[in-house]
Design a binder for this molecule. Structure first.
Ligand code: HEC
Length: 457
């Protein structure tokens, strides 16, 4: 078979099949119709013509079958559909020659005999035509635009989802990549059939590759034949899969990402770097939200006694819970003059305060000793206060602080080493301070997770 693949003659001869195939169908139908007409009108006049139509049908059919056989050899069709279509075609040719002999000497044979041959040919032609349609257009073609109820009946929706409820245990190759290949490529590239010499049943066999070498190069999609084949324009003769549904955008993205990340067989989702370009795909196709959750969504503690909250409010704080299911607190001082006692009233809520704003108050560096006790603090606003580098230094024990606003405070370049020590910090606001923009930029450049917002001037 591979010998045939080498010649374009295979394609050349093969492509006459669809053209040639309709003519013999017409002749055979005409033969059957003429016979029916003749019987109704009780005449014998058409008999020679009828036999002639069957002869044309049979020989035309033989020619179409010959070309069809070659077309099948191109390997561009699903093996399992092809098998039936091929042999049903041969059967049609044989029966139409038998039919021709029968019609030629029609008086010698019973009416029943004629009827059987006619029905057999009619039935086979319909069956064969349907198989041929499926081969070229895919099984869903015929009913794609049917009314919904008919469509549901005829086309079983394939559910392609793996169980992704435990996202930590998802194996990238097994659970995400392999199902795609299985559905779209295995029909022509697995242990049973190896078109182009390529077996895609395992990573190893893909690396052994096909006639043109390995199917992919781990870590390099640009050099990967597999990726090239699925991302060609669909009209290209090299496009894969040659028949059936092409890969969707999301499927291509998954394969691209997996190859780029080294095409490992046993890596879990959490082991691989989730590139920005594959994130939307993981979310859309599998419902996997791979963005890290903010810390405050992962803290689970009992709600705070409402007496404590009322006391905080009496002391001038506005207090809100983060949400209906999240009992952590968003606390903001509403005035501008904050006393030490007022600040102390927050201490019973030390584990619950996750957002705190003391902006535009007279809070001092000393007050930061109290603030540093709020171990679940993730966002702290100190803008437009007199906080200096000393105050910032007191905050380094906060393990989960993600955002710190020091805009228009007294901090200088000396606070940068302290900020660097806060490993959880993602954003720090430093504009209108004495921090030098260049040094702030250096800090940001050296800390991938950290964004320093300093504005211009
Ligand atoms: C209907 C059959 C069929 C399906 C389905 C199919 N292929 Fe192919 N594939 C072929 C044939 C035939 C060849 C050999 C001719 C050629 O190279 O174009 C081939 C060749 C290839 C080659 C080149 C192998 C080599 O070394 O020459 C790659 C890579 C490939 N296919 C990838 C895929 C991928 C990926 C899919 C699934 C998305 C797929 N194929 C689905 C029929 C198929």
């Amino acid at each position: 078979m591979n010998l045939f693949l080498a010649f374009d003659l295979t394609n050349f001869v093969g492509r006459f099949h669809p053209i040639l195939v309709h003519l013999p169908i017409g002749f055979l139908l005409l033969g059957i119709l003429m016979e029916w007409y003749q019987r109704r009108h009780k005449t014998e006049k058409l008999s020679t013509l009828i036999a002639f139509a069957w002869l044309l049908g049979a020989s035309g059919g033989a020619l179409a079958a010959f070309c069809g056989w070659w077309l099948g050899e191109t390997g561009l069709y699903f093996e399992k559909d092809l098998f039936l279509h091929r042999w049903a075609g041969i059967l049609i040719v044989i029966i139409s020659f038998v039919g021709w002999r029968l019609k030629k000497n029609h008086v010698l044979h019973s009416r029943l005999m004629h009827r059987i041959v006619n029905f057999l040919i009619l039935g086979l032609l319909i069956f064969e035509g349907h198989l041929g349609g499926n081969l070229t257009h895919g099984a869903s073609y015929l009913f794609e635009y049917a009314p919904e109820s008919v469509r549901n009946l005829m086309l079983e929706e394939k559910s392609e989802m793996v169980d992704l409820s435990k996202s930590d245990s998802i194996l990238v190759y097994n659970d995400l990549v392999k199902p795609i290949l299985e559905q779209k490529c295995f029909a022509c590239h697995d242990n049973a059939v190896q078109r182009g010499g390529l077996n895609m049943a395992s990573i190893d066999s893909m690396l052994v590759g096909g006639d043109d070498g390995p199917a992919f190069l781990a870590g390099n999609v640009a050099e990967s034949e597999l990726f090239r084949r699925i991302s060609l324009p669909q009209k290209n003769i090299k496009f894969m899969p040659p028949v059936g549904d092409p890969l969707t955008y999301d499927e291509i993205k998954i394969l691209e990402w997996w190859i780029d990340e080294g095409a490992a067989s046993d890596k879990k989702l959490a082991d691989l770097e989730i590139s920005e370009s594959v994130k939307p795909t993981l979310l859309r196709r599998y419902g996997l939200d791979t963005n890290p959750k903010p810390y405050y969504e992962m803290v689970h503690i009992a709600p705070l006694d409402s007496i404590v909250i009322i006391n905080m409010e009496k002391n001038g704080f506005m207090v809100k819970t983060l949400g209906a299911t999240n009992v952590l607190l968003d606390v903001k001082f509403s005035g501008d003059h904050l006393t030490f006692e007022q600040l102390k009233s927050l201490e019973p809520a030390a584990d619950h305060i996750t957002w705190l704003s003391l902006a535009e108050t007279n809070i001092t560096d000393e007050g930061m000793v109290t603030v540093a006790k709020f171990k679940n603090l993730t966002r702290l606003q100190l803008e437009k206060t007199n906080i200096s580098d000393f105050g910032v230094a007191k905050l380094t024990s906060l393990q989960h602080l993600e955002a710190l606003n020091l805009y228009a405070t007294k901090v200088t370049n000396n606070c940068l080493p302290e900020i660097k020590r806060m490993k959880s910090l993602k954003r720090v606001y430093l504009w209108q301070t004495d921090v030098k923009p260049n040094d702030a930029q250096t800090l940001e450049d050296n800390n991938e997770e950290l964004e320093v917002i300093i504005g211009q001037g």
